[in-house]
Design a binder for this molecule. Sequence first.
Ligand code: ADP
Ligand code: MG
Length: 339
Amino acid sequence: MSLDLAFFGLQQKPFNSTPDPRFLYPSPGHREGLAHLLYGVQEHKGFILLTGEVGTGKTTLLRALLSRLDGHTASAFVFDTTLPFEGLLEYILEDFGIAKSGVSHAQRLIALNNFLIERRRAGQNTVLVLDEAQNLDLRALEQIRLLSNFETDTDKLLQILLVGQPELLDKLNRPELRQLKQRISLRCHILPLTPAETREYIRTRLRIAGARDLGLFSDPAIMRIAEYSGGIPRLINTVCDHCLVIGYADQIRRIDGKVVEEAIEYFERGEQRSPKPQRLLSRWRRLAVRWGLPAAGALVLGGAASLMTAHRDDLRQLFDHSAATLAGLAHVASSLLRQ
Ligand SMILES: Nc1ncnc2c1ncn2[C@@H]1O[C@H](COP(=O)(O)OP(=O)(O)O)[C@@H](O)[C@H]1O
Ligand SMILES: [Mg+2]
């Protein structure tokens, strides 16, 4: 366990940016999306469409879906949708574990068809997931439509999940793709979280990460995060993660609005946090209190603000060493004042 986790009483990082389904917060929208996907796959609905802005949780939902499918369902998960269709097909066969599928395009399609028929005979289902489907070019999309021709008289042999950003909808509205559009039997769109859901989202992730105190972020802090992120989970994660880093650096156990503002500022500037004169000053004050420096000493340190700005490196070094002693502090302060 790394130090910052222990400081907040956490067992793992709560705000990773990976689409880890263990951290799923089933917001009403996510729950409905997952129910749609499960129903579509289990009922052999053929084409299923899932859309949502970047970072709303599409890939996380897909992973949650795959972890809920029973052993009777095989899946192939394509995430590199910039491949031409031939490359996609090769990848799909490989992911389904179809061996020796032949080298020609026709042979590969036949191998896939045989695989699907055999699975159906054995009472098994097969799912193809195309994540980031907004990147598929029109030709690839049209070819994928043809894959849905693998069907029996009653239902589809292959369930195809088309998942992507809203640009995917624009593509599907193109006249060239009207046949594909008509085949989509289920569609759902994930919306960003509301402020109330953002609060539950943060608390859920904290709980799963092992937090004892689910109120680690104050309510005003959460409201500011909700406002800034627009309810997009990926942005919420980024801001919350920055907040914990700052909280740890400043030894603040409860993240308040001020910390959030600071995290947003660093996020906006896209740079690593570096000590600022005011921050250094407030740390000096905190250290002064904690280490019992007389009030006069703290005042002297306060007066040295401009000098500190000029001696950032000395100070940075000083604070980077947790073993800095009171004597060390006094020494640097007095040498700063002497100069
Ligand atoms: N409902 C949710 N519960 C928990 N975490 C979520 C949820 N939705 C999104 N996330 C998190 O937000 C981040 C972005 O999600 P992701 O699924 O990659 O979004 P998308 O695929 O829509 O771009 C990931 O860290 C993911 O775990
Ligand atoms: Mg994604």
